[in-house]
Design a binder for this molecule. Structure first.
Ligand code: MIC
Ligand code: SF4
Length: 645
C-alpha cells in the first residue's frame, strides 16, 4: 500500500498502536528542544521525576524567549537551565545564539528523525523532513526521560505545489494562502504534507517558514520531503552526512488534496487579530503604518534578511515609522555582518535587535495605542504586542520591507526595484561555541530563590461542585489565558504568574479572575470555565493549564479544544469536556453552579456525562461529552502526571 510521508515517519518510530486516523499511537522521540520560557518548568518536572540523565539521541535547551533581564528572574532561570542541562546531558544554547527553531534547523535538524519541542513552532523541523511537533513542557520532559510520545494518528492533507513563486512573493504568502483555505480552527488531528513539482523550487528556509506557521492551522505537524534542496542546505551547514532522501509513495491517497500554483500567488496579510484572518496586501495597500518588525522564527533566515538588506541598501526607511530587525540566529547575524547587509540595514535607519524572540512575545517594541504594526511574525492574537487592542498585521519580509520604505502597507510588487536573487551559500558560517556541551558526570544545579517548585496537584473529587468563573467565546488562545509579555519573567514561579490568568478579561476596579478563582477554591468548590470553539489555540505553554489549576479550576467546558492545550489540561488534572449540544453554551452564565455526580463511573463508561446547572434559582440538566481516552481519564482523575499513583 502506498504510504504518506507522515505515515512512514510515524511507522519508523512506532512503539504502540495502530496507524489508523483518529486512533492513539505512541512513538519514540529522537530529539527534543526546549526554550527558556517553558524549559525551566520542564526541567523542574524532569527533576521531580527523578531522571538522572536524558535518554534521547539529542536534547537541546535554548535561551531565546526571555532575554530582557529586567530584574533577576530571567538570569536566574538561565543559570538554572545552564546548570541542569550540564547535569542531565542536554546541550545549552546560550542567550544570543538565536531563536530555537532557526538554530535547530541550521545545526541539528535531521531528515527522518522525530523532534518534540516545548514550543508550538517546533513544527519548523518539518521543513527539513522531520516529524516535528510542539508539546507542553511535561510531555517533553517525559520524552527526555525516554518515554514514548502519545498522539492521535493524523489524517493527512496533501498540498500539491506546482509552478514557481513570482518575484516579491515568498514562502510566507504560501502559508497565508493555506491559512485562507483551511482556517485557524477545525484542523486538530491533521498532518499537512507538501508534494508536487513546486516543492523542488523551494529552499529549506522557505519550507521551514511554511512548516513553522502551519502551527497556526492547529495541525499536529507539517511535512516536506527530503530532496536535493535538503541535501544542499545540509551540505552548506557542513552536515551532509545527516541527509537521507524521503518522500511519500507515488500514488498515495490523501484525505484531501489542495492544489496551489505557486506562480498564481500574490502578497498576503493576516489581519487583526488572528493568523487565519487573511486578505491580499493589494486589498489593504495604503494603510498608514507606525511600526515594521522583521524577524521571529518564521522569517529571520539568511534568505529573508539578505533580501531585506539588499532592498534597504542605499535607501532610507520612512520617517513616519520605526523599523526593528531581529536576525534569527547568530549564524544569520554574523553572515549579514560580514557581507555588509547589516550596514545597509543600519544605514537605512533600522533598529537592530538581539537574535531572539523579542517583540514576537511582547518583549519590548509594543506599538503606540491605536496604530498599525506590520510584522513578519506568525501570531497577531489580540494584545500579544503588549498594547491593548493592538492592530497587528502579519506579512512576508518582502511586504514588510516595502512598507518600511513607504510608511504605508505596500504591495512589494509595486516597488521600482529589481527583486534580489537568492542563492543558497556554498557554506554557512559555522561556529557552535555558543552551544555548551553537557558535563560528563554529576554537577551542581543552581536554583535561586525566584524559581518555584512544580505545582502540587490533587485527585479530582467524584462529585464536582463548581462555579462558572468565566464564559468566553471562540478561539480563546493561550495568550488570552496566560499572557506573556511583561509577565514572561514569572514563568518559573507559579503563585506569582497565576495572578495574571485571564488578565485581558479583568475590569478595572473589579476583582480579577485570579482573585475570584482563589475565593471559590478556598471555599472548597472548583472553578469552571466555559467557552466556544477552538479553546487553547496558539502556544504550547503549559502554564495556561498549570496556573488555572493552581487557582482551583478543574473543569473546562467548550465546543472544541486544540491539541496541545488538551494534553496540557490532562497532564495537570483539569477535565476538558465538550458540549453535546452547541447551544448549551448560550444558556450558561458566569456565577452559575455546575454539579456532576458519580464522575468516575460516568467518565469510565465513556460517552455522555450528565451534569446539572443551577442559575437564577433554577436547575437544569445539561449533557456533556467525554472525548478523552481511557488512559487520559485515569490521568485526570488522579490529578495529573505529577500526582503519582
Ligand atoms: C509563542 O510563540 O506563543 C511562544 C511564546 O513561543 C510559545 C511558547 C511559550 O509560551 O513559552 C509557543 O509557541 O509554544
Ligand atoms: Fe519565539 Fe515568536 Fe517563534 Fe514563539 S513564535 S518561538 S515567541 S519567535
Amino acid at each position: 500500500m502506498a504510504l504518506t510521508l507522515t505515515e512512514k515517519l510515524i511507522r519508523a518510530h512506532l512503539v504502540e498502536g495502530e496507524c489508523i486516523p483518529g486512533k492513539e499511537v505512541k512513538i519514540r522521540i529522537d530529539q527534543t528542544l526546549c526554550q527558556d520560557a517553558t524549559g525551566t518548568m520542564a526541567f523542574l518536572e524532569l527533576e521531580a521525576m527523578g531522571v538522572e540523565r536524558v535518554k534521547t539521541e539529542l536534547s537541546v535547551q535554548y535561551v531565546d524567549h526571555n532575554t530582557s533581564q529586567m530584574g533577576p528572574e530571567n538570569p536566574n532561570d538561565h543559570l538554572y537551565l545552564q546548570s541542569v542541562c550540564a547535569a542531565k546531558g542536554v546541550r545549552f544554547s546560550r542567550p544570543g545564539n538565536g531563536i530555537c527553531h532557526q538554530v535547530h534547523l541550521e545545526r541539528y535538524g535531521v531528515p527522518g528523525k522525530t523532534l518534540l519541542g516545548s514550543d508550538s513552532h517546533t513544527t519548523t523541523g518539518g521543513g527539513i523532513g522531520m516529524l516535528a511537533m510542539g508539546a507542553g513542557g511535561l510531555d517533553v520532559a517525559l520524552a527526555m526521560a525516554g518515554k514514548p510520545y502519545k498522539l492521535t494518528f493524523p489524517k493527512v492533507i496533501g498540498i500539491r505545489l506546482t509552478g514557481r513563486l513570482a518575484p516579491w512573493v515568498s514562502a510566507k504568502d504560501v502559508i497565508l494562502k493555506v491559512l485562507s483555505i483551511l482556517g485557524s480552527k477545525g484542523n486538530v488531528g491533521t498532518s499537512v504534507e507538501y508534494f508536487g513539482p513546486g516543492v523542488a523550487t523551494l529552499s529549506v528556509p522557505e519550507r521551514a517558514t511554511i512548516a513553522n506557521m502551519g502551527t497556526e492551522l492547529g495541525v499536529t505537524c507539517s511535512v516536506f520531503p527530503s530532496d536535493e534542496a535538503t541535501r544542499e542546505f545540509l551540505a552548506a551547514e557542513n552536515r551532509v552526512e545527516s541527509w537521507t532522501p524521503l518522500a511519500a509513495d507515488d500514488g498515495v491517497q490523501y484525505a484531501r488534496v489542495i492544489d496551489i500554483d505557486l506562480g498564481s500567488l500574490e502578497p498576503m496579510a493576516a489581519c487583526p487579530s488572528n493568523p487565519g484572518n487573511v486578505k491580499t496586501v493589494a486589498e489593504l495597500a495604503g494603510m498608514k503604518v507606525s511600526q515594521v518588525l522583521i524577524g521571529s522564527c518564521t522569517n529571520s533566515s539568511l534568505k529573508d534578511l539578505r533580501m531585506v538588506a539588499a532592498v534597504l541598501k542605499g535607501r532610507s526607511v520612512s520617517p513616519d515609522l520605526s523599523v526593528g530587525i531581529a536576525p534569527g540566529s547568530r549564524q544569520v547575524l554574523e553572515m549579514l555582518c560580514n557581507e555588509g547587509g547589516l550596514a545597509s540595514m543600519i544605514g537605512a535607519g533600522c533598529r537592530i535587535l538581539e537574535s531572539a524572540c523579542g517583540p514576537c512575545i511582547g518583549q519590548g517594541f509594543s506599538p503606540a495605542s491605536g496604530t498599525v504594526s506590520v510584522r513578519t511574525f506568525n501570531r497577531n492574537f489580540l494584545n500579544r504586542t503588549g498594547t491593548k487592542n493592538d492592530q497587528c498585521y502579519l506579512v512576508s519580509p518582502e511586504t514588510a520591507v516595502a512598507t518600511a520604505l513607504t510608511g504605508c502597507l505596500t504591495d512589494p510588487r509595486t516597488l521600482d526595484i529589481p527583486y534580489p536573487e537568492w542563492k543558497m551559500p556554498a557554506h554557512f558560517h559555522i561556529d557552535d561555541r555558543m552551544v555548551l556541551l553537557p558535563a560528563d558526570g554529576a554537577t551542581d544545579i543552581v536554583r535561586k530563590e525566584t524559581i518555584g517548585a512544580p505545582p502540587h496537584c490533587t485527585p479530582l473529587p467524584d462529585e464536582l461542585d463548581g462555579v462558572i468563573l468565566l464564559k468566553a467565546g471562540d478561539k480563546i488562545t493561550t495568550d488570552h489565558i496566560m499572557p506573556a509579555g511583561a509577565y514572561l519573567k514569572y514563568r518559573s514561579n507559579i503563585p506569582v504568574y497565576a495572578r495574571y490568568v485571564f488578565e485581558c478579561f479583568n475590569d478595572a476596579g473589579k476583582p480579577t479572575f485570579a482573585e475570584r478563582a482563589a475565593a471559590v477554591r478556598d471555599s472548597g468548590r472548583i472553578g469552571v470555565i466555559v467557552a466556544g470553539e477552538s479553546y487553547g489555540q496558539g502556544s504550547s505553554r503549559e502554564h495556561a493549564a498549570i496556573c488555572p489549576m493552581y487557582l482551583g479550576v478543574r473543569l473546562l467546558l467548550a465546543r472544541s479544544f486544540e491539541r496541545i492545550h488538551t494534553a496540557n489540561l490532562v497532564n495537570f488534572g483539569i477535565l476538558p469536556l465538550l458540549f453535546r449540544d452547541a447551544d448549551t453554551l448560550e444558556m450558561l452564565s458566569e456565577g452559575a453552579a455546575v454539579r456532576v455526580k458519580n464522575l468516575r463511573d460516568q467518565l469510565r463508561s465513556g460517552g455522555e456525562i450528565h451534569a446539572t446547572v443551577v442559575q437564577n434559582g433554577q436547575s437544569e440538566d445539561i449533557v456533556l461529552v467525554n472525548m478523552l481516552s481511557a488512559a487520559d481519564v485515569e490521568m485526570v482523575l488522579r490529578g495529573g502526571v505529577l500526582c503519582g499513583d
